[in-house]
Design a protein around this ligand. Structure first.
Ligand SMILES: Nc1ncnc2c1ncn2[C@@H]1O[C@H](COP(=O)(O)OP(=O)(O)O)[C@@H](O)[C@H]1O
Ligand SMILES: [Mg+2]
Length: 252
């Protein structure tokens, strides 16, 4: 039995007076993939961003409840936010590389966290590019512009960049929705392999993707969790009528 890495307790979230999460509760076990699903606007991205406090940047927001990571509440005032974001990496819907070389995109986060030594930087760059299956394609062009890569390669480089700072948890917000089917399947394979080392939470609109790559499904409706189940159970014997309706509507 895996241990609980992230525990979300009575989490509510407001953009000014607009409440978008209402008393959300679920846990994420170590070395598993949890898929957050539900209609547009139901609060998936907001919930994901609460896990590394990305929402702190939004003026007028308010959070209540707790998120425990390794049993520590990340909303405690003593938490170091930059260290939290190192431990909890994030990949977005669209690749968001810096207008720099492939090398510098990966080195950036390491340098921010104080790694300056060239040998260490190179070691990590090779490791993460190998992890995302891009080393062969990139080894002779590390100094060329990252933005010249294809969309799928850019997204894999975003993952490599997130992995470079040795996170424990990876948050992914619809990471394949802007990609073609071949690039999508490469990212899915990658997520599947990375499970051995990382704990992942992924927002996806694609039910086939959720059923292929996740261990657990959390189904949201209007800011509340309707159901949190093992993926097989969610798709084969959903506990809630709203879950079956959603799944049927998305698959047929
Ligand atoms: N920065 C923001 N300011 C105000 N409202 C927002 C902001 N971001 C999202 N919302 C609103 O919060 C609700 C949930 O959005 P979101 O978490 O993005 O949902 P999802 O990812 O499930 O589509 C929506 O009604 C959306 O319009
Ligand atoms: Mg979203």
């Amino acid at each position: 039995m895996n241990s609980e890495k992230v525990i979300i307790k009575d989490l509510s979230f407001f953009y000014d007076t607009h409440q978008v999460l209402d008393n959300v509760n679920f846990s994420v076990c170590s070395n598993t993939v949890t898929a957050l699903i539900g209609s547009s606007g139901c609060g998936k991205t907001t919930c994901l961003k609460c896990i590394n406090r990305m929402n702190d940047l939004i003026p007028g927001h308010r959070v209540t409840g707790e998120i425990l990571i390794n049993e520590e509440n990340i909303y405690d005032s003593s938490v170091n936010i930059s260290e939290l974001r190192r431990r909890v990496g994030m990949v977005f819907q669209k690749p968001n590389l810096f207008p720099m070389s492939i090398y510098d995109n990966i080195a950036y986060g390491l340098r921010v966290h104080g790694v300056k030594d060239k040998e260490t930087l190179e070691e990590v760059i090779v490791r993460v590019l190998e992890d995302v299956g891009m080393w062969e394609a990139c080894k002779d062009r590390l100094k060329s512009k990252a933005l010249d890569l294809s969309g799928g390669q850019q997204q894999r480089l975003c993952l490599a960049r997130a992995l470079a700072v040795s996170p424990e948890i990876l948050l992914m917000d619809e990471p394949t929705s802007a990609l073609d089917p071949i690039s999508t399947s490469k990212i899915e394979d990658l997520i599947f392999r990375l499970r051995d080392e990382y704990t992942m939470v992924i927002v996806t609109h694609n039910m086939q993707q959720a059923s292929r790559i996740s261990d657990m499904v959390v189904f949201f409706d209007s800011g509340s969790v309707v159901e949190c189940s093992k993926t097989y159970d969610f798709f084969n014997s959903p506990k809630d009528e709203r879950s079956s309706r959603y799944v049927m509507g998305r698959i047929i």
